[in-house]
Every structure is written in structure tokens, then in C-alpha cells.
Design a protein around this ligand. Structure first.
Ligand code: ZN
Ligand code: ZN
Length: 337
């Protein structure tokens, strides 16, 4: 099969992904073999490819927003058949027995494996994934629409949950979003459907700010602009630590600033008064399967519409370069089949 391999992390400008002909993977016990149709492009892929996340497997096939169809079943797979359409996300498998797994916090599992980081991902014609961690995808999303839901969508959903606002508290709530790429553009649709006002702080007038307006933002400003009202909660999707004090300054007492990325530049020190008043800062790490399932139900009901920019399979490096340069409107998707 054709697959993009990362042999050694490097700046994407040096095109570190190499197209290669390698053997099709064989599904093990409990695993599905998928013919990949599309794979979403996530900022985490950029962190993996450029080496901001440590190397966990080499060579590696990146990509963790996989939409594919089952083409073979490993032993002991139940509930899936050849031809079924499934999605594979970042959380690839967990141990199932550690304190976190038992407590319903499998996203924090000490032995967790991640698609496209320590397990091969979806920048390839075929991929294997555990059936127990594969999602059935609602019919109202086609393959390309569905791909960015699998990380950008699920993580945005978990970020909304970790703001601490209950489902009955969103009506009229004021939510801030810092950065408006793949995750932001899905998250705003969930928040608006729940009745929130959304204040978007992002650079890039032409693409990100315009899309935020189109999707119903109450107010749109530059990355470090202060919204005209105090916010009840904010989510920082941009990997920029300097936004943490900026976001704290804009939040009301008792509000939470959620950090949605897996990697962030250092957070500058700031005055205690910015966090005093029981303001909170918390990160989001990965997702649970319940997040994924609950999100897909909510996304199908709204229904969320993902804005995608398609990249042909041979353009994987170019897609990552575009992502790095903030040149993608909405979410980038690699078209495999
Ligand atoms: Zn575990
Ligand atoms: Zn991701």
C-alpha cells in the first residue's frame, strides 16, 4: 500500500513525510483493517512531524482522524462487518485496568496508545484500529465532512464540558474562543446550538475571522483583543502560551479558561490578580470514548457542518505547511480514496 512515512521529525518546510510502498497491515485480535477514505489533518500532526512531541514510533504513519471502511476483521471482533464505515480518533487504546480507566477517565490512562503517534495512523491507504475504539459515523456526514469531527470535533466537545458549564447553563452564556481553526469552527456550532454567545479572538482576518462571523460569532477580534464583555468561560485552541493571561483578563470571577491543545509555548508569568476570584485554568488531555459517542450524537442532531479544505493524497506535506501558515479555512482533510 502507499503510505506517508515520517522517518525523522523536521520542519514541514523540509517536507519530512516520504511517500512509500509498504506492506498492508494485518489486523490483530480485536482489530479492524480499514480501507482509508479520508484523514483529517490536525495541529497535533504538525507537532508530531516537527518533533514538538517526542518520537514514539519510527518510522511512523501520522494521522488520527481516519474515516474508512472495514475491509478485514481480526479474530474476536464483534459488532462490525466488512464494508461498515467507521471513524478512528486519537485515543487508540487504553489498558482498561489502571485507576484512571476504572474511574471512567480513560483519557488519562498511563498505558494509552495514540493513533498517528505511537501507533500508525491514516495518512495511508490502509490502517488497523481496535474495534472497541472505532466509532460508527452518523449518515448525515459524508467521509470528508466526518473526518475533522474525529479530533477537532471531539476535543472541542470535551473542552466545552470542562468549562464546568452544565448543559442547562449554556443558554445566554458568554464563551470565548482563542484561535479559530478546525476545532474552533466546530466548537462554535455546538455552543451556538446550546444558546451561547460566542466571542472569537483570532488572527487572520480573511479566513478565520470571516468564518467566525459566518458561523454566528457575537463578536470577533484579533488574538489579543479584549472582548467588550466579561466572559463566563474561554477555550484556547491556539498553541500560544501568551494567550493564557490574555484570556484570564477577559473572564469573570469563577470562570474557567480551558487549554485545548496537546502542546503550547511557555506560559508567561502573570500577576495573581488575574487568576484571583476563583478563576481556573485547566488543560484537556485526549478524550474518552464516551466523549466521542456523545459528541457525534450532538453533532448529527444540530447538524454540525464542517468547512473543509481538501488535499489530494500526494499533498500531505503541503497540507501541513498550509496548516502551519494558518492558510486553511476550517479543517484540512487528506483525500485518500
Ligand atoms: Zn488505563
Ligand atoms: Zn488531533
Amino acid at each position: 500500500m502507499k503510505a506517508w512515512l515520517l522517518n525523522k521529525p523536521a520542519s514541514v518546510d523540509r517536507r519530512p513525510l516520504v511517500i512509500s510502498d509498504i506492506a498492508e497491515p494485518v489486523p490483530g485480535a480485536g482489530e479492524l483493517l480499514l480501507r482509508v477514505a479520508a484523514c483529517g489533518i490536525c495541529r497535533t500532526d504538525l507537532h508530531v512531524v516537527e518533533g514538538e512531541l517526542p518520537v514514539r514510533r519510527s518510522p511512523l504513519i501520522p494521522g488520527h482522524q481516519i474515516v474508512g471502511r472495514v475491509s478485514a476483521l481480526g479474530s474476536a471482533v464483534e459488532g462490525f462487518a466488512i464494508g461498515d464505515r467507521v471513524g478512528v480518533a486519537w485515543l487508540n487504546r487504553t489498558c482498561g485496568v489502571c485507576d484512571f480507566c476504572i474511574a471512567g477517565r480513560e483519557n488519562l490512562c498511563e498505558q494509552a496508545m495514540f493513533t498517528g503517534w505511537n501507533v500508525n495512523g491514516g495518512y495511508a491507504e490502509y490502517a488497523v484500529a481496535p474495534a472497541a475504539f472505532s466509532y460508527r459515523l452518523p449518515d448525515n456526514f459524508d467521509d470528508i465532512q466526518a473526518a475533522p469531527l474525529l479530533c477537532a470535533g471531539i476535543i472541542g466537545y470535551r473542552c466545552l464540558r470542562l468549562t464546568g458549564l452544565g448543559l442547562d447553563e449554556w443558554q445566554g452564556a458568554r464563551l470565548g474562543l482563542y484561535g479559530f481553526g478546525a476545532a474552533g469552527h466546530v466548537c462554535i456550532q455546538l455552543a451556538r446550538a446550546r444558546g451561547a454567545e460566542v466571542y472569537v479572538c483570532t488572527r487572520d482576518r480573511e479566513r478565520h475571522q470571516a468564518l467566525a462571523r459566518e458561523l454566528g460569532a457575537t463578536w470577533v477580534g484579533d488574538a489579543t483583543d479584549e472582548p467588550p464583555v466579561k466572559l463566563d468561560a474561554s477555550i484556547i485552541f491556539a498553541p500560544a502560551g501568551e494567550l493564557v493571561p490574555v484570556a484570564l483578563k477577559a473572564i469573570r470571577k469563577g470562570g474557567t479558561v480551558v487549554l485545548g491543545g496537546i502542546h503550547m509555548s511557555p506560559i508567561p508569568s502573570f500577576d495573581y490578580s488575574l487568576i484571583y476570584g476563583e478563576r481556573m485554568v485547566r488543560s484537556v488531555a485526549n478524550n474518552t470514548r464516551a466523549d466521542g459517542r456523545d459528541f457525534l450524537v450532538e453533532a448529527a442532531r444540530i447538524p454540525v457542518r464542517s468547512h473543509t479544505q481538501r488535499f489530494p493524497f500526494d499533498q500531505a506535506n503541503e497540507a501541513l505547511i498550509a496548516l502551519k501558515n494558518d492558510a486553511i479555512r476550517g479543517a484540512g482533510v487528506l483525500i485518500v480514496d
